[in-house]
Write a protein that binds this ligand. Structure first.
Ligand SMILES: O=C(O)[C@H](O)[C@@H](O)[C@H](O)[C@H](O)COP(=O)(O)O
Length: 256
């Protein structure tokens, strides 16, 4: 398993700026190595702040956005264009302002989409879309260069919540009902699918995240604290601000 690294930034704004800069470099490196790049997005406030920061960095134009695949790690199961959808937030903050190839943007299905108002069918449809993008004969999932996650106060990541049946689903994409964070119906990559990414970044800012972050890094169980069960194949990066890092053992921090 890859080692986890922890970077701590002074405040949430600097955290978002630093993650945005890292993301651009990661996309550039992936394109230099493989000719293309694939990123998996998430929802929430810190993710939106990162997307907005990417949009304002002049270096964003160094990325060939037409060769970036955009996937989502989770989605709130709502109609297309609903302001609460993670897709809508990412489009407004970043995706609408960079020259992406629309065929390479892969939102999770909406509740009024072709899969119908059925989150299980939506999860299955997304699993099929992922499988179509996988290298033939290799895997059920395409290569993900970097997968970003926020962290909930309860330790959830994507829409994998503590003690939820999704932990026992061996498919790559799962429907979620009864989410403790609204809205209650969602779709999500499972931890096993998340953990196929080359790099996984857990981004958390604010004092309300300190307990979950500290417990995850202290080795809590993944069913009780999903963030503890996340590992990139090459790297797992915890990208935090000082308040969120308050309970992280000092030996694990590289302070900035
Ligand atoms: O749909 C969502 O809400 C998410 O994907 C969720 O996993 C989020 O990333 C965390 O809850 C952190 O959200 P904040 O950054 O807003 O605290």
């Amino acid at each position: 398993m890859s080692e986890a690294s922890v970077a701590v930034h002074a405040d949430t704004d600097l955290l978002a700026q630093a993650v945005a800069a890292r993301l651009l470099v990661k996309l550039l490196d992936a394109q230099a190595d493989r000719g293309e790049a694939a990123v998996v997005l998430t929802g929430g406030r810190i993710a939106a702040a990162v997307y907005r920061a990417v949009a304002t960095l002049p270096a964003r134009d160094a990325v060939d956005w037409s060769r970036v695949d955009v996937w989502w790690g989770d989605e709130r199961f709502l109609p297309v264009g609903d302001p609460e959808r993670n897709e809508t937030q990412a489009r407004a903050a970043l995706l609408d302002v960079v020259p992406l190839n629309p065929d390479r943007v892969h939102p999770m299905p909406a509740s009024d989409g072709p899969a119908g108002n059925d989150p299980e069918a939506a999860a299955a449809a997304y699993a099929e879309e992922l499988a179509r993008a996988a290298r033939p004969g290799h895997a059920a999932l395409p290569h993900f260069d970097v997968l970003m996650l926020g962290v909930g106060e309860d330790g959830h990541v994507a829409s994998v919540f503590p003690e939820h049946p999704v932990h026992y689903d061996n498919r790559p994409v799962s429907a979620v009902r009864g989410s403790p964070k609204p809205p209650p119906v969602r779709t999500t990559l499972t931890l096993a699918a998340i953990n196929t990414a080359e790099e996984v970044w857990l981004v958390a800012g604010g004092a309300d995240k300190a307990r979950a972050v500290g417990m995850a890094l202290a080795g809590a169980g993944p069913v009780q604290l999903p963030a503890a069960g996340v590992h990139g194949v090459d790297r797992t990066r915890w990208l935090l601000d000082r308040a969120a890092a308050a309970d992280v053992p000092t030996r694990l921090r590289s302070l900035r």
